[in-house]
Design a protein around this ligand. Structure first.
Ligand code: NAP
Length: 224
């Protein structure tokens, strides 16, 4: 089982966004060495500086997406599905031999509450096909709302489904979930990520119908 000390440097590609910045902040707060990647290095640096201001003494820097991936031991992909292919292409030289944890969920419509299955089976499967066998893709965090992530005092009330072909790789995402204050649950092969990606649209719809922003999932019947 990976613990956070063994994770090394974690890069959040698209870490300037609402989802990625929330995770970057929580992982830095937990003691991880975090790099926020952006298409523009200065934007990544600016967001990292804002978070350092909020958190105090943490290891949190900004860089271009490619530099962030190259510096990292673990790469987290947190960009809109529409830009996934372009962004992966731009960071590919920094990915070989690493685990890339993707939070990407393909969504459709103005309010994003419709699931649009990715042509390649899922966004995660498409990412794996694009990066090739030298990079192992793990899908996680698709069902965690950004809304409370950015509040460092807020305890996030949900589980994190983790899909990936090797248990050791999934353990990395489980450790990241723990560092962010959540329970990671092994949810089988990467092929199963289509289900977690679909659940994102379901949760967004639930949020709209029940007028909340925090719908999440909890797995019952396994050890706490
Ligand atoms: N937000 C949520 O509550 C939530 C929940 C679960 C899953 N997700 C998934 O997590 C991923 C990130 O979500 P998010 O809400 O953080 O997204 P976002 O804020 O729209 O975008 C994240 C970052 O991606 C880069 N980006 C935005 N548009 C781009 C484009 N057209 N081309 C290239 N790069 C672009 C931007 O970084 P730079 O400008 O710095 O390059 C941006 O800050 C998505 O796949 C989403 O489905 C989100």
């Amino acid at each position: 089982m990976s613990d956070i000390q063994s994770l090394g440097v974690v890069a959040v590609i698209g870490g300037t966004g609402s989802e990625g910045s929330g995770f970057a902040m929580r992982w830095a707060q937990a003691g991880l060495d975090v790099v926020i990647g952006s298409r523009r290095a200065e934007k990544g640096e600016r967001v990292a500086a804002e978070l350092r201001e909020k958190l105090g003494d943490v290891r949190l820097r900004g860089a271009s997406n490619l530099e962030a991936a190259q510096m990292a031991d673990v790469v987290v992909l947190s960009v809109p599905y529409e830009s996934q292919e372009t962004i992966i292409e731009s960071i590919k030289p920094g990915l070989a031999g690493k685990v890339m944890v993707t939070v990407v969920a393909p969504l459709l419509g103005e309010k994003k509450g419709r699931y649009a299955p990715a042509p390649g089976g899922s966004a995660a499967m498409e990412a794996q096909a694009q990066v090739g066998p030298e990079t192992r893709v793990v899908a996680a965090f698709q069902n965690v709302s950004a809304h409370h992530l950015v509040d460092p005092e807020h305890q996030i009330d949900c589980d994190v489904l983790v899909c990936g072909n090797k248990r050791a790789d999934r353990n990395i995402a489980v450790a990241l979930a723990k560092a962010a204050g959540m329970r990671g649950v092994h949810a089988g092969a990467l092929q199963n990520a289509a289900v977690s990606e679909g659940l994102t649209a379901v949760l967004i719809s639930i949020n709209a119908i029940y007028k909340t922003r925090n719908a999440g999932i909890r797995i019952t019947g396994i050890e706490a």
